[in-house]
Design a binder for this molecule. Structure first.
Ligand code: PLP
Length: 238
């Protein structure tokens, strides 16, 4: 069990983050329910997740496959949506297809097809976001905005995946550049939304954008899901 004192800290951290989201929504004239908080619980214990869940939080993010699967199993009696937000190697895709509700980091057709084949029939389709490498970083994660249409087209043909939108992790940079990138994401998101509005197995409603440091700016630029870890759970110990 988690001791009472640390559970109090979690409660107050959680309230602070919720207040920040509310303030950012008000500032940009958006209803609070437009923005979902994803509580990023990677490297934090299941007891801490339980405490936050008790406060009404149902969406949790993990970025290590094995760790996320263990927590999903430990906490399977709770009504939690598990989001995989880390880089996904194809040899781990089956575990994500079997144990998670969402994947934020889809960036290849090959991975999309594997996940589609591996998603168990008894589960609802896996919700996926296309990861965009918006800052053009020299990383292997994410695709360019120009490549989004082709991957989106591929995903919408796969019955065991539901395309929900886009995700990005911008590089650390000045606020003006960051804002430009967030706005470019918003433009692409809105275009996809229009393009697929009448298609059955597609439901473009999620722009996963913004972390602790840039949550307000991201919400101002149209984010519908912010991913917050440390500000809720405290520093990760390893
Ligand atoms: C860890 C992580 C977060 C949360 O970061 P914090 O600094 O702990 O708030 C958000 N998004 C992704 C993809 C992450 O891996």
């Amino acid at each position: 069990m988690i001791d009472l004192e640390s559970s109090d800290v979690l409660t107050s951290n959680y309230q602070t983050v919720m207040d920040q989201i509310t303030a950012a929504c008000q500032k940009s004239g958006r209803p609070t329910q437009d923005v979902t908080l994803l509580a990023v619980s990677k490297r934090h214990a299941s007891d801490a997740i339980k405490s936050i869940h008790t406060l009404g939080q149902t969406s949790f993010g993990e970025n290590y496959v094995q760790e996320g699967v263990e927590k999903a199993q430990t906490l399977q009696s709770l009504n939690i949506d598990w989001h995989f937000i880390g880089p996904l190697q194809s040899n781990k895709s089956r575990l994500v297809a079997q144990h998670f509700n969402w994947l934020h980091t889809l960036d290849t057709e090959k991975l999309a097809k594997r996940l589609n084949a591996q998603r168990p029939n008894e589960l609802s389709p896996l919700n996926v976001l296309i990861q965009v490498n918006i800052s053009d970083q020299d990383t292997k994660s994410g695709i360019t905005l120009a490549d989004v249409d082709a991957l989106a087209q591929c995903i919408t043909q796969l019955p065991n995946l539901t395309l929900r939108g886009l995700m990005c992790i911008p590089a650390p940079q000045d606020e003006a550049t960051l804002k430009q990138e967030f706005l470019a994401m918003q433009t692409k998101f809105q275009q996809l939304k229009l393009q697929y509005q009448n298609q059955n197995n597609v439901n473009i409603d999620t722009l996963s954008m913004g972390m602790s440091a840039d949550l307000s700016l991201a919400i101002e630029c149209g984010s519908t899901m912010v991913r917050i870890g440390t500000a809720i759970f405290g520093k990760r110990t390893h």
